[in-house]
Write a protein that binds this ligand. Structure first.
Ligand code: FMN
Length: 208
């Protein structure tokens, strides 16, 4: 446990937003599966798994996506991209939501009381608030995948610097059900990472 404690901290120091990847080094399918598995296991509010992972390794699609991402070279130099989509169909009447409840083995009284609790939590919200809630959950999967990748020596860079409408035009997914949340390229760094720049812990804490 002691080793893991130290190693995890080192991993957090080592992970950085990699600005350019070695375009000649490809991530193995075994390592890709590992990263995606870490994403799949992420926590989410009500256990609703508010995400879908769209995988892109096609160079032509990456090229077009990069143009819609302020031309950031992380996109085309990466080995593959995970475009994380946030679910919009999160009201209590949604089949997806019902399926998630059923998958947990809830039935009868337990199911209806949980649905009522969920419904009180979500149904009075506006559509954009619900999508925002889903997006918040996708960032948990994103962070886990970034750290999980670093644990096996793979770099990443979260990308929010994009023109959403342009990316939407390029990518083929159900826009009724999903919203583009964040783009996550993975690859191997070619440059050493810079020193971490963070506020001192004292500046972050409010102790009551
Ligand atoms: C949601 C999110 C979006 C980001 N978008 C971009 C981006 O579009 N381009 C980029 O180069 N870095 C992006 N970053 C990386 C941050 O700038 C970076 O994480 C931060 O400066 C801290 O540096 P570090 O991750 O190397 O420790 C993003 C980070 C997050 C969490």
């Amino acid at each position: 446990m002691l080793n893991l404690r130290q190693e995890f901290l080192e991993l957090m120091h080592e992970r950085h937003a990699c600005k350019i990847f070695d375009r000649d080094r490809k991530i193995s399918s075994e390592d890709r599966d590992y990263i995606l598995e870490v994403g799949r296991l992420s926590a989410s509010s009500f256990g609703m798994e508010h995400w879908k992972f769209l995988i892109i390794d096609n160079p032509e699609i990456k090229e077009r996506v990069q143009e819609a991402c302020w031309n950031q070279p992380q996109i085309t130099t990466s080995s593959f991209l995970v475009v994380i989509l946030a679910r919009k169909d999160m009201r209590s009447s949604s089949q997806y939501v019902l399926n998630r409840f059923m998958a947990r083995g809830l039935e009868g009284e337990a199911l209806s009381s949980y649905i009522e609790k969920y419904s009180n939590f979500i149904d009075a919200r506006r559509d954009d608030e619900i999508t925002f809630w889903s997006k918040q959950q996708t960032y948990i999967a994103m962070a886990n995948m970034m750290n999980g990748a670093m644990a096996i020596g793979i770099d990443s860079c979260p990308i929010e610097g994009f023109e959403k409408n342009r990316v939407n035009e390029i990518l083929n997914f159900d826009k009724e059900k999903f919203e583009l949340s964040v783009i996550l390229p993975f690859g191997y760094r070619i440059n050493p990472k810079k020193e971490k720049n963070r506020q001192d812990i004292k500046e972050l804490l409010i102790t009551l």
